[in-house]
Every structure is written in C-alpha cells, then in structure tokens.
Write a protein that binds this ligand. Sequence first.
Ligand code: GLY
Ligand code: MN
Ligand code: MN
Length: 427
Amino acid sequence: MLESLAARRARVARALPLDREVVLFAAGRPVPLPENTDQVYPFHAHTEYYYLAGLECPGAVLAYDPLEGPERGWKSFVPEVTEDERIWEGRQPWPGAGAPLSALEPWLVLRGNRPLVMLGQPLAGLPYDVGRTAAIREALLHARRPKDAEETRLLRRAAATTASGYAAILQHIQPGATERALEIELEAAFFRGGATATGYHTIVGTGPNSAVLHFPPSARAARRGEFVLIDAGAQVDRYVCDVTRTYVAGEPSAFQRDLHQVVLTAEERAIARCRPGVEWRDVHRAAAVDLVSGLVAMGVMRGDPESLVARTAHMLFFPHGLGHLVGLGVRDASGMAPGRTRSTEPALRNLRTDLPLEAGYVITVEPGLYFIPPLLCDPARREKFRDAVNWELVDRHLETGGVRIEDNVLITADGHEVLTAAIPKTL
Ligand code: GLY
Ligand code: MN
Ligand code: MN
C-alpha cells in the first residue's frame, strides 16, 4: 500500500467522531445494462471507498475498528477472482490488496454487539445505524476536502492533460465545425495526453446552445460569429479537472467581446479573492456584483449592482453558483461546512457549496453570463425585474447564447495557485 494511503487512513480515522462503532466502506458492484448483453456500465468504485483503498475493485470492502487505533484498525477485504472472471475478463487477483471477502463475516461477528456505520455503497442485508452513518459521512466529506500531496500530484497531471486537449482544439474552432466533431477532437487529445477517462460528460454548445448550462454535444455546426462554449476535463487515476472556455467561430462582435470581457474580469477578480479563511459565499456574491456591474456598463441591466444582486436580478443571467470543489470526481466533497444548511438569503439560495476556504482545497471558479430563453421570456420574471433590465436589448440577443470561463484553483497557505492556468482564456 502507498505510504500516502496509510497516512491518509490514519488522518481520516482521527477526524471521524467515532466511539465504539465499526465502520465499513464498500466499493459497490458493477451495474448490468438493462438488456441481457452480459455487459455492465463502466465500474466506478464508490468515492468513499476509493479515497481510502485506492482500488477500483468491484465488491471490495474496507473495514475500520476504532478500538484498534487509527494506524492498526484498518482491514481490507477483496472478492476472490472467479474462474469465469479469469476466462471472460482476464481478471487477476489484486496483489496485496487484502484478505478474501469471505473473511469479512467472521471479522464482523467478532464485533457483533457494536453499532455499524456503512459508508460507500451499502452491503445488501446488513442492517446499519442510519443516524451514525449520516454523521460519520459528513465528517468524512469534510476530512476529504484538503487535498494531500498525492492528490495534488494527480490533479496537476489531470490539468496538464486537460491543457493538451484545449491546445489541440483551437484550430478546430471554425464556422462549420459541429459540436460533436469538437468533442471528438478534444477527447482524443485528452486520451493521447494520458487521460484514463473524461472527468464528466463533455459539454459543447454552439450559438444558442452555449446558454444551456450542461449541453450535450449535438450535430449542430457553429455558424460564423457564434459563441462556442466548451466545458470539459481529463481524468487521471480518478482525479478530474473541470474547465470551461468560450470561443467565437470567426470574428467576435463588439457585444460578444464585451460580454466575454465582463465574465473574464469577474473570474480573475474572484480568483484573486481566493485564500484560506475566505467565505466562498462572499466570493460568489462579489462575483455576482462584478457581473452585474459589467452588464450595467453594457446597457443590459439598469440600477445599482449591489441592490440588483440583493434583489436576485443577477440570477436572470447568472443562475448558478460560482463553483464547487473538484478533484476525486467533478463535485468532489462539495457542499456545506459541517452543520451548515442552505442560506436563506435570497441572493445565495442557489449556492450548494457554502464553506470557508482552507489550504489544500481545490475549487472551481466559473462565473458565466447567459441569455437563457426559459428565464428571460418568463412573464413573472419580466414583471418582477421590469426596471432592472433593458428588455428590448435582451430580446435582440435571445439567440446569443452565453459565456462561461472556469478554472481550478488550489488554495495555498497564503493565497492560491491556478492549476489550469496554462489554458488560454482570452478571446
Ligand atoms: N462541468 C460541470 C460543471 O462545471 O460543474
Ligand atoms: Mn464546474
Ligand atoms: Mn465545468
């Protein structure tokens, strides 16, 4: 086992508020396709297991007994490889991965009268303490937030691979390029650059599709002068980057340049605010004010930016949070600080990530401004924000799409480092 994994287990064990409980972390099992094809969806060990076991092993379980201490209390169980698996999949035993899974039951029987905490994918037929499991899960989520040296190393590799994909795509951003063709070129470059997978489903939106926040690439071709928004990242050994760039196929209009510049300025100012101790909700709110200030300067919105944000008017054009934690998966350990619930402040109510930043966190910074017809054509919103928006100008831009710029930022002891800084973001 990697030395860093042993250190990680010990650190996590100390961070979990355990008493006499026994804790299991189960990897989960492959999910068969609905048809009778002998095929399964790509296996993805549960993150809570993978983080502490480092194995992509179906059916495996990691166990922890706090009475044996943070270093010695861990035991790994892996299923024995069957003959069928050797014949059909060429699977080999996991070298040094642990005891056979059949030894788990006697291990549990020895600790039979103690509460069971069941993390990862619950094992069928094994009753566990639901309340204690929820509490320990929250503590584990929080303990996973600061990235250790090994995780940061993998994230740097994912960032370099992601950068190689974005470098390769530039020559293809042309009028006539389809969203699907751009996806293929980008992902091919990720894989050539060493990606083990894409970090999530690649988003490519041309023209009006660039205003759809998670648009799956289609056969639509970019027309001359349209926005092309690409949100994609490479995965290296389960570690993922999450990057967005917005381009124009051909020459940008003055309006597109201005919109892009407003988002870029807001992004750079938000990144500059990232350091330990800062509340993410404050970075989000300040970015919303910056975006609204830009829209006011462009003549799209009217009024005082702070008051417009307090009235939630920014959510007409910036309807999502400023970012989320990223690393072991695209939404790695995101959420609330322990004990915190969603803010009741109207301008913050769509924030799903709400915590103070700490050294070691890796967070996306991803402001965007979009012309989203389902929001902007809604009569109730038009009425509520009648005075706040130049609706005539908006009506002329309902097909414009949108701009998002997204980087991945490592919080350091005294500030931050942009892991994805090698990916150009000017228009
Ligand atoms: N790639 C999806 C997101 O930005 O969260
Ligand atoms: Mn993101
Ligand atoms: Mn993204």
